[in-house]
Every structure is written in structure tokens, then in C-alpha cells.
Write a protein that binds this ligand. Sequence first.
Ligand code: UD1
Ligand code: UDP
Length: 375
Amino acid sequence: MTADSGGASQVAIVLGTRPEIIKFAPVIKACDRRGVDCLLVHTGQHYSEDLDQVFFDQLELPTPDYNLEVGSRSHGEQTGRMLEGIEDVLDEHAPDVVLVQGDTNSTLAGALAASKSNVDVGHVEAGLRSFDRDMPEEVNRVVTDHIADYLFPPTEETRSHLERESVAGEIVTTGNTIVDSLYEYRDLAAEKSDVLSDLGLQEDDFYLLTAHRAENVDDRESFARLLEGVSRFAAQTGREVVYPIHPRAQSRLDEFDLTLPEEIRTVEPLDFLDFLRLESAAALAFTDSGGVQEETCILGTPCVTLRYSTERPETAYVGANCLAGLDPDDVVEAGSTMLGKDADWDVPFGDGRAAERILDTLAAGVEPDAAEVSP
Ligand code: UD1
Ligand code: UDP
């Protein structure tokens, strides 16, 4: 199938990390509902139970048809091994289209392997730009967007980046599939999750922290400053901070021999329902995660982003997010600005039907106008 003929009869989905599993879940389920043959290829970039299998179980996703078990390696070695493994799978199955999501090394490898195997590529969550080429994710997104035959930006802003860069593929604005996921799971999280009582927390009486970006946690001084700003704000406002810690950050804490401030409590990475419950119940979230910036905006929790750039500026435009950087004084000031903010903002990421629009587009070949939405 090319981008201007026929419909997709077999879709291959390449994923490898926690956010890709969560954001692809609605697409995998939509394939199932429509009877679209979906070949699931896991690169094995994430493999720890609490970053991987727990999401397949909780979101009731099928076991991947392939797990390439690439694991943790240098960027080049990891991406190279993925390329080789994905190419073998594509040679065997010749799907009509390969879908990739986001900006990880798995995303890049999936897009590149498909392109070299002459298979169409669809990029879900296309067009995001932090304009910071020092981030490995920025390079992954830009390259993937320029390889892709179908681009599915979540918002008009992200679409405009693609148009400005004159990407070659067809662009269909869909909204973000994270909205689809949250609409499906947020009520269930409120109903089923015992995380607040398990951790001894009261609604609105704690802060949530997630930090795992390489540029923040791989540098001792940056990580220490990040922790200092958040803990200072917590001390000033008399609340504790709960930090479900990503294994990259945990290993850096250990390696740098950093002592956690007493206001910050780390816990193991949480499953999706528990994490959604914590995000909803927190008085404020501090994060460097892309997904957490989106989810807090959707769930109505004010957010302070511990970075100097964001590829999700829509969250700041609507008043849900404040970009603070790492300077402790700035983090404290941003916390004061955001704490207690009314969550009366509009959600800029669509209406929860992104997965359906993606599959509509693939089914039609390309009819962007018919499938399009302005979230
Ligand atoms: C990757 C993505 C990042 C994304 C994040 C989602 C790239 C370049 N980065 O970062 O964009 O935000 O996933 O969480 O693709 N580790 C484990 N268990 C695992 C996986 C990793 O312990 O299952 C540890 C290893 O020590 C590993 C480190 O985490 O070296 C980093 O893992 P890696 O996959 O390289 O990058 P992430 O930081 O997870
Ligand atoms: N998440 C989770 N448990 C956690 C932390 C995060 O389920 O302990 C989910 C969160 O709801 C979001 C996704 O993981 O959907 C974000 O992943 P991450 O921050 O690792 O990656 P990023 O979005 O920055 O690429």
C-alpha cells in the first residue's frame, strides 16, 4: 500500500517503552474492534516488569507477536539492534504500514527499518518540537517525521511545525491518543486504586514528582538542583513529595551518592491506574515527563515542568503548566504561581477519538479532510 492507494489490511505497531505502550493501547484496541490485523512488535527497550508487563496486563493488551529483547545499551547499539530485528520481522510479514509513536529510540528504529524495507510509516504524535537538539528525543522526532508517509499530529500547533518543515507525508490532525486512554481509565482509577491509602496520602495534600530525562538526572549538579527546588517548595508549603522513581533516575541517585531531601519520598514506578490516581489527587505535579505534562492538563492538576523547553507548549498556553527550568528559586516561584490554580482550562489534546481517526485514515488510504479534527 502506498500513501495514495488502497487501505491497510495489516498494520504493524512497533513499541518499546512505557509511554508507547500506554499511548498505543487505544490504537491496538481499535484495530481489534475493527478486525484489522495488527502485528505487535516490542523492541524490548523497556523490560522491567513495572515499566513494561504491568501495562500489558492492566490495559488488557495482547502479548506482542515479537519481543526483540534489545534491552539497555548505548544509543547506537540499541538503535542498531532494533533496526536489524525489525527488518527481519518486516521481511517475514510485509505489513502495509508500520505505526510508531512519539520520540524514543524504538520510534526511530521502527520508522527507519520500515522505510528501508519499503513499508509505509505512520507517526503517531508527530510534529512535536522542543527546538532543543541536545535532547535525543528531539532528533528522533525530527527524523521520524521526515521519514513518515502518514503524520498524525495531536494539535494545530504541532501540525504547523510539520507544514513549516515541508514534510513529505500526508498530515492528519487527530488529537493525542493519551486522551483516549485517560477517558477510558480515569474513572476506573478513581474507583479501583488504593494508592492513596496504601501510601498514607490525603487528596490535595501532597505533591507528585517525576524526573527521568537524561539531561536532568545524568548530571549530578542538575539532579541535585532539581531536588533542591522541589523540596524547598514542599518545606515552605508543608506538604510532602511522592516520587515514583524511574530506574534511570534511581541508578543515578545511587551512582552520584545523592541524599534525598527529607520532604521527598521515592516509591517504585507505579502501574497506570495508581499513577493516574496520584496525578489526579496531587495538589501539584513537578515533572520533566512529556506524558505527565499532558495528563495533568487533562486531569485538571496544575503542573510545573522542570525543564527549559517543552514540546507540549499547549499545556502552558491554556494555563495548566509552568515551565520553570531547574533553578531552585524559579521552581519555588513557579510552584507558588501554580498551587491552587483553578483547573478551568480547555484541554488542547482532542476529544478522545484519536485512535479512530488514525485507523480511519489508514483504512481510506489517505483522505485527510474526511478524518480530520481541530482539537
Ligand atoms: C526512554 C526514552 C525517553 C522516554 C522514556 C520513557 C530514548 C532515547 N529515551 O528513556 O524518551 O521518556 O524512555 O520512560 O528512547 N532501565 C531499567 N529497566 C528498563 C529500562 C531501563 O532498569 O526496563 C534502566 C537502565 O539502567 C537503562 C536506563 O534505565 O540504562 C535508561 O533506559 P533507556 O531505555 O535507555 O532510556 P529511558 O531513560 O528509559
Ligand atoms: N507512568 C506510570 N507510572 C509511573 C510513572 C509514569 O504509569 O510511575 C505513566 C504516565 O501515566 C504516563 C507515562 O507513564 O502515561 C509517562 O511515561 P514517562 O514519564 O516514562 O515518559 P515520557 O512521557 O516522558 O516519554
